[in-house]
Design a protein around this ligand. Structure first.
Ligand code: ADP
Ligand code: MG
Length: 349
């Protein structure tokens, strides 16, 4: 394409979507360094550091897009910003060791407000045994931007990529899914009510579980440690940031396999189930498509079944099948549904 054509063509970003956009911008990227083991396309990049691998992952949080300061305490924001990055390192079956923190701030923020964010950042770094080793500070015209890079370490041979799932593998997920999406729903609803009737005090006590899953997520360090103790290296792994269905699609596509999961096996906390029903939402739809769970989705070889069988907080939700079988969900009534990465609808049976 010559330059004139480039200027005459205008494609809206919304036509592509996030994943196609990344593909389009990076498909010509070639790895030149022999130490670049894995580049774009997984939860973290993998770099050969001699006797071990180094992992690197970056995530950016933008005010108004990823968080709303009208209901996000600043300390929680700092904590969550670290957690979402550590989660990407754990998702490679690796251990995070350092982070850098870059902030873009407008003069709307006071020093005290920024200190509050750093209290959360430091708390997360302490509880996950990670060092804050640098960053950058700049001004922004409006709004707050937090960009964090996490660095981790893994033994060679221990790293779990999105691309390693094999036919016959068992599909596992940690914790439970769907709660953060419901927490967001509640906070958005209360924000709306407050805008209309500012004298009404929000009633959030009954919704503590789902709200805390949104505002104060944890990364599944414990699962990585338990897998190591059980001598189990997952064949593939990803963390659930965009929703279980979307992450299953990543694993299937990158591993060249199909996937079948059972609705009845997808873990949903009772409080999340109750909240969903209260909102007239389908709990399984929230669990499949809600996102921001930061749980780990992984596959293991059937020979490792005994190793994970009695580990707490891991659910077996399905099986890896051949690619031509597609990505399917068996509903509680026993019917088979094609599982799209977005919008599987319980009512379209
Ligand atoms: P995750 O949800 O695990 O954080 P993403 O969906 O953000 O992963 O990113 C998928 C892959 O694309 C990662 O390898 C990431 O490093 C890469 N990526 C995302 N945005 C860009 C970009 N603007 N330029 C180059 N690589 C990118
Ligand atoms: Mg990820």
């Amino acid at each position: 394409m010559n330059q004139e054509e480039t200027f005459n063509t205008r494609t809206d970003i919304s036509e592509l979507g996030e994943f196609n956009l990344i593909d389009q911008l990076t498909f010509e990227t070639v790895l030149k360094q022999p130490t670049s083991i894995k580049g774009i396309g997984d939860d973290a990049a993998v770099i050969d550091s001699g006797d071990h691998f180094t992992l690197v992952s970056t995530d950016m949080l933008v005010e108004g897009i990823h968080f709303d300061l009208s209901y996000t305490p600043l300390k929680h924001l700092g904590y969550k910003a670290i957690i979402v990055n550590l989660s990407d390192i754990y998702a490679m079956n690796a251990v995070p060791t350092q982070v850098t923190v870059s902030i873009g701030i407008s003069n709307r923020f006071s020093v005290e407000a920024l200190e509050e964010i750093y209290k959360g950042i430091n708390l997360a770094c302490d509880s996950y045994n990670v060092d804050l080793v640098g960053g950058d500070t700049t001004s922004s015209q409006k709004g707050l931007i937090l960009s964090i890079t996490a660095i981790g370490v893994a033994n060679k041979g221990q790293v779990a990529y999105r691309s390693g799932a094999k036919v016959g593998d068992i599909i596992c997920v940690s914790g439970s899914l769907g709660a953060p999406y419901l927490g967001l729903h509640i906070l958005e609803r209360e924000k709306q009510i407050f805008a209309e009737l500012p004298t009404l005090q929000p009633k959030l006590e009954d919704h503590q579980y789902v709200i805390s899953r949104l505002l104060k997520p944890e990364a599944r360090k414990d699962i990585i440690e338990a897998l190591e103790q059980g001598n189990c290296i997952p064949t593939s792994m990803i963390d659930i940031s965009d929703g279980l269905a979307s992450e299953l699609h990543h694993i299937a596509r990158q591993s060249g396999v199909g996937i079948i999961i059972e609705e009845a096996k997808v873990p949903i906390h009772p409080d999340a189930k109750m909240q969903a029903i209260d909102f007239g939402l389908d709990p399984i739809t929230c669990a499949l498509h809600g996102g921001e769970d930061y749980e780990l989705l992984f596959t293991i070889s059937p020979s490792d079944f005994e190793a994970i069988r009695y580990l707490p907080d891991i659910s077996i939700i399905g099986e890896v099948v051949t690619r031509n079988q597609g990505i399917k969900l068996i509903s509680e009534s026993g019917k088979e549904h094609v599982l799209t990465s977005q919008g599987w609808n319980h009512f379209n049976q």
